[in-house]
Structures are given as structure tokens and as C-alpha cells.
Design a protein around this ligand. Structure first.
Ligand code: GLC
Length: 424
């Protein structure tokens, strides 16, 4: 039986992944909660099922975009809260193979991403607004939550759990080696053993012993002794935990921040609020500087294409990573206070200074006097001199500090100029 530490080793090396939210909700293009938010009936939502054709779905293009962006793993929604399955499940008719698309979209996804050497993850919502045995009336988000006609509908929740467990088994049996199982999400009393979570986890690990699983089945991954179903990594959403994540014993817990590129997970035609490449780069650095990963979301449109705005950001982030990836992959937090000019990441005796603010005068490295063997501009290997410049002699901390006098008033890379410090 592998340990969490063994299972997550590749995950902590790879640091940067692509989240992909795609499904019927990409047609109304108002976000992935559309059916719940607008209390759509089956019939109203069926319209999207009847026209979903994935006509421009080319997962090889997605995989190449992820690779060019420097994303080392990916997670695709195989079934979101709406219950629509992108895979050829034998347990339902509400699936892509029965739409005009007529394809197993998950099969093509895993094949395409594996071909690019990218680890494959599957997102699966344990919530299901389509299944008759999922409780709707009085739920927090179900389309029938205040539909009086659904108030006394007889349901057999155990039958739903058999279905949900059965689909997870299909996903982990029929698509080869799966690297991440990304569940979404527990809430109120719908958590833990309500999902028969221990049984589910044991089934998962019996089929895919090396898979890593997020913490959204419930339980407390930060406990000294977490529940068996508490997962392998913590999954903060739209936020970077200020101090990273440690458990009750003070030990680092693997974590991954999942962040949208605009303000929606699913495709939203009107949402043009895309983050810049600079924001994405700094978000990635922020995560790694706190021992975390970044899962950056993309939202293909109704036809299966990732839009130009998204691809442009991914391309620019990828170029920065092509030059500076050593400061991200395999790195973690440095045991140093956050510097005024940016952030630190570290990998063994390589300390990476992520300089955001050029400031005035030399770059000051608190506490590193005599500890730096040499320094290089990571992007091109240029030698940088570690020395006390004249202006620091009288006015700075020459007892403990080290200094690098960058030429000029502008940084070589305004998004993040990385200096690789070789520590003694
Ligand atoms: C939230 C949203 C869901 C999205 C998930 C991604 O749970 O409800 O739509 O897929 O976050 O983390």
C-alpha cells in the first residue's frame, strides 16, 4: 500500500496543471451551474443534449496547448453537477455517446494527453441533478430545491450511491492508468460516509493504487489522523492559503489551488475578465512559494474549442516557464522570510529569487551574507555579481545581507525576473 508521500511525489514535482470544464452547460455559455441556478427542467436542459455535437473537439490541440503552457497534468470534467457524462457509461443514457457528438470524449482526452506525456486526471461530481435518486427538494443548489412538485418524490439514495460508485469504477477500469481522481463536492450533511466514502476509496485504491485523490469527499485532511477518505491533497478554490497548508502535527499537506482564468469554470461567453499571463505566473509562483500546486482552468466552448484569449495567456505563461521552469518544477517554499521585492522558491541548494519589484539600488538578500556561491539570471544564464556595492556600505545591512546590483532601472522580465542563487 503506497503512502500519501509516495503517491504525491510526482504531483509536487509537476506543480502546474490544466483544469478543463466542458459539457452541455458550454452551450448556454453562462457557467456550469446554469441548470441549478436557473432551475431548468429536464426538458429545458434536454435541448442542449440534443444539439451537443463536439464538432470542433480536437483533444490533441488541447493537449498541445497544455504542453506549450508548461502544464504537466490535466483534469477533465467527466460528469459535472448536471449529471451529463462525457464518457460512455453503461449506467446511464445521459452521455456524450448518445448525443450528436456520438463519441467517448474522455477516451479521446486520456489518449491525447498521454501522447503529450501529460498526467491525466478525471473530475467527477458526486452531486447529480439528473439522477432520479439524488435528493432535490430542499437541497442547497438542485434545480428542484423549491419545486413543490418534487417535495414528496420517492428516492432511493442508496441506489444513487450504487450508480455513483459504479461510474467511478467504470472511469478507473476502462481508461487505463488514471493519475488523479478529482471529486467535487461535499456539503452540509452530504459528506463522508453519506457517500459511503470509505467503501468508495477502498474500491478506487484497489483498482488504481497509485492514484491521488482530492479532499472533497469530506473528512479532515489536516487532522493528525485523517479519515481514510480525507484524500491526498487539499483543494482550495479561487484562493491561495496565506500560509500554505499544514496538518495538526505541523507537517506540510500537499495542496493545489484551482483557479479560473476568467471568473467562470464553465464556458461563459460574456465573461471576458481574463487574468493576464503576469497574474497567472505570479499565482503559480505564490503557490509554489507556499508548497502548493496551481490547477488553472480552461473552458472550451460549445463546439469543443479553447478560445484565442485563453490560448494567448497559456502561450505567454509557457514561454516564461520554458525559460524559468527550474524555479517552479520540483521547487517548494524556502525557509526564509518573504522578501520585499518578490518571492522565494527553492529546490535543494538552488534558491530562486523571483524579483517583481526592481526598486532602487541593489537587490538585497536578508541573511544570506556569505551563503551564495554564485548567481545567474535564470532566463539566459547571465552571470550576476554577488557583492556589496558602494551605496550599500553605509546605508544597508552589510553584517547579514548579500547584494546583487542589477544594471538599469527596469527588470529583464516585468512579470517575474528570476535569479538562480547557488547556495554554498
Ligand atoms: C466548485 C464549483 C464547480 C467547479 C468546482 C471546481 O465546486 O461549484 O462548478 O467545478 O468548484 O473546483
Amino acid at each position: 500500500m503506497s503512502t500519501r508521500e509516495q503517491r504525491t511525489r510526482w504531483f509536487l514535482q509537476d506543480r502546474f496543471g490544466m483544469f478543463i470544464h466542458w459539457g452541455l452547460y458550454s452551450i448556454p455559455a453562462r457557467g456550469e451551474w446554469i441548470r441549478g441556478n436557473e432551475r431548468m427542467s429536464y426538458e429545458q436542459y434536454q435541448v442542449y443534449f440534443d444539439e451537443f455535437d463536439a464538432s470542433r473537439y480536437e483533444p490533441k490541440k488541447w493537449a498541445k496547448a497544455a504542453k506549450a503552457a508548461g502544464q504537466k497534468y490535466a483534469v477533465l470534467t467527466t460528469k459535472h453537477h448536471d449529471g451529463f457524462c462525457l464518457f460512455d457509461s453503461k449506467l446511464t443514457d445521459f452521455k456524450a455517446t448518445n448525443t450528436p457528438a456520438g463519441r467517448d470524449l474522455v477516451r479521446e482526452y486520456v489518449d491525447a494527453f498521454r501522447e503529450e506525456g501529460i498526467m491525466v486526471g478525471l473530475y467527477y461530481s458526486i452531486i447529480d441533478w439528473h439522477h432520479d435518486d439524488y435528493p432535490g427538494y430542499g437541497d442547497k443548489a438542485h434545480p428542484d430545491r423549491d419545486n413543490e412538485a418534487a417535495k414528496n418524490k420517492p428516492i432511493d439514495f442508496d441506489r444513487y450511491l450504487d450508480y455513483m460508485h459504479g461510474q467511478v469504477k467504470e472511469l478507473l477500469t476502462n481508461y487505463g492508468k488514471i493519475d488523479i481522481m478529482w471529486f467535487d463536492f461535499s456539503y452540509d450533511d452530504m459528506t463522508g460516509e453519506k457517500w459511503r466514502a470509505t467503501e468508495l476509496i477502498r474500491m478506487i485504491r484497489s483498482i488504481q493504487p497509485d492514484i491521488i485523490i482530492d479532499n472533497r469527499l469530506g473528512g479532515n485532511i489536516r487532522a493528525a489522523e485523517p479519515e481514510e477518505y480525507a484524500g491526498d491533497f487539499f483543494s482550495p478554490e479561487q484562493i491561495i492559503p496565506p500560509g500554505g497548508i499544514v496538518d495538526e502535527k505541523g507537517e506540510v499537506v500537499p495542496w493545489e489551488a484551482c483557479i479560473t482564468l476568467n471568473d467562470n469554470w464553465g464556458y461563459h461567453a460574456a465573461d471576458k475578465n481574463y487574468k493576464s499571463a503576469k497574474q497567472v505566473i505570479r499565482t503559480l509562483v505564490e503557490c509554489v512559494s507556499k508548497n502548493g500546486n496551481l490547477l488553472l482552468n480552461v473552458a472550451p466552448d460549445a463546439k469543443g474549442e479553447i478560445n484565442r484569449e485563453t490560448l494567448e495567456v497559456l502561450d505567454e505563461v509557457g514561454e516564461w516557464l520554458r525559460l524559468n521552469g527550474d524555479s517552479i518544477y520540483g521547487c517548494k517554499a524556502a525557509d526564509l522570510p518573504k522578501p520585499e521585492w518578490g518571492r522565494y522558491t527553492q529546490n535543494g541548494n538552488r534558491l530562486y529569487a523571483h524579483v517583481y519589484d526592481r526598486g532602487i539600488g541593489p537587490i538585497y538578500f536578508e541573511g544570506l551574507k556569505g551563503k551564495i556561491e554564485k548567481a545567474r539570471l535564470l532566463r539566459d544564464g547571465t552571470e550576476l555579481k554577488v557583492e556589496v556595492p558602494w551605496m550599500a556600505l553605509e546605508y544597508s545591512d552589510i553584517e547579514n545581507g548579500a547584494f546583487i546590483n542589477l544594471a538599469g532601472s527596469r527588470l529583464p522580465d516585468e512579470s517575474d525576473t528570476v535569479i538562480e542563487l547557488h547556495l554554498r
